[in-house]
Design a protein around this ligand. Structure first.
Ligand code: NAD
Length: 350
């Protein structure tokens, strides 16, 4: 298959394939756009069935990073890398070292960080072979928790700020007594629950594993529901914090919440569902805008800036959302459509 004719090609600047025979590394780096600065995006290790599947994923994800970075006002472009293989069975330190050399071979055009299947310990090995490795030293934390290099606390804080802004915009109230349904109490969802609880929100939570649910019941007085029940609850806000495509043709008609604001990537199974949400009077905070706290954290780690500067930057997620909501309301367009236009205005005109 030709890369240039690929349906996800979308004017990528640079796509590189790498094979290291000794370690068995097979990887692809995609650099979508560097108008605003070097491209940044995590490295994902996944047992892709075919190299075509890996290429589809890396191209789609790197383009998404260009939009996310532009929207978050970072001097960064979008890129992503994928390693073909099962991280539980095939990952070795030699392979991570080879990945570090691959990243370095792009001469600073691509900076990598964590994604599924890659841990901070893997990044630290890559960093011995490249200066373009980020996200190994998150030093920022919230609610007195220890930081461990993971950007999830910053992602959760950004989602919290964005959710609060969305509630103020749509419901004209603060978070006291607001009912929020959280789907997925993982690294981000659980921390989001804590922020919301501290501001007086009433929580309804679900997960496919029971441990965090029991904890949330005790710590926040949250009401636990089954994964299927979370969509149709009579709540003010639905916060998807699990996997992608949670808003689809089956779930959308069930949603009673007036606001959707959560951390998950690719929340809409298809882009056109954004228009259906608008027509139903549901305010949707576009996923890559509200979940940018992690990438903002990584950017500030790299810039060696201060915790206060990073926090202030994350809080601008609220301003970005307000601009999107206002323009969407003025034009009758969906919020996800407007977010894409604003991001393009930022990276295409530079
Ligand atoms: P995580 O794996 O720690 O948490 C996800 C949680 O969702 C898990 O507890 C899992 O059991 C639960 N879950 C999975 N399927 C579910 C279902 N059908 N119903 C209910 N619960 C379900 O992941 P995370 O780091 O918390 O990230 C959550 C989402 O946010 C993901 O979509 C991720 O891509 C996105 N995101 C995360 C970050 C970050 O900094 N971690 C940044 C940007 C976006």
């Amino acid at each position: 298959m030709s890369v240039f004719d690929h349906k996800e090609f979308a004017n990528h600047e640079h796509v590189a394939f790498y094979h290291d025979e000794k370690s068995g590394l097979k990887a692809i780096i995609a650099v979508h756009n560097t108008n605003l600065g070097p491209s940044l995006g995590g490295c994902r290790m996944w047992p892709y069935a075919t190299s075509t599947e890996a290429l589809n994923d890396v191209l789609r994800l790197s383009k998404g990073m260009t939009y996310k970075a532009a929207m978050a006002e970072l001097k960064l472009g979008g890129g992503k890398s994928v390693i073909i293989g099962d991280p539980r069975k095939e990952k070795t330190p030699e392979m991570m070292a080879a990945m570090g050399r691959f990243v370095e071979s792009l001469g600073g055009k691509y900076i990598t960080a964590e994604d599924s299947g890659i841990a901070v310990s893997d990044l630290k090995i890559m960093a011995q072979h490249s200066t373009s490795i980020a996200g190994t030293e998150a030093k920022y934390h919230y609610n007195d928790e220890e930081a461990d290099g993971n950007p999830a606390p910053s992602t959760a804080y950004g989602v919290f700020v964005g959710l609060k802004t969305s509630v103020e915009y749509k419901l004209e109230r603060d978070l006291r007594g607001v009912k929020v349904a959280i789907q997925g109490l993982g690294h981000v969802g659980y921390r989001l629950a804590r922020h919301l609880h501290n501001e007086g929100a009433e929580l309804f939570v679900t997960d496919i594993y029971p441990e965090s649910l029991e904890k949330a019941k005790e710590e926040f007085g949250a009401t636990v529901v089954s994964p299927d029940e979370i969509f149709a609850l009579d709540v003010d806000v639905f916060a998807p914090c699990a996997m992608g495509a949670s808003i689809n043709d089956v779930t959308l008609p069930q949603i009673k919440a007036k606001v959707i604001a959560g951390a998950a990537n690719n929340q809409l199974a298809e882009e056109h569902l954004g228009q259906q949400l608008t027509e139903k009077g549901i305010l949707y905070a576009p996923d890559y805008v509200i979940n940018a706290g992690g990438v903002i954290d990584i950017y500030h780690q790299r810039m060696l800036s201060t915790s206060a500067a990073m926090r202030a930057h994350i809080e601008r997620i609220g301003d970005n959302l307000k601009e999107i909501f206002t323009r969407a309301e003025e034009t009758g367009n969906s919020t996800n459509f407007i977010a894409n236009r604003i991001a393009e205005e930022r990276f295409l005109t530079n």
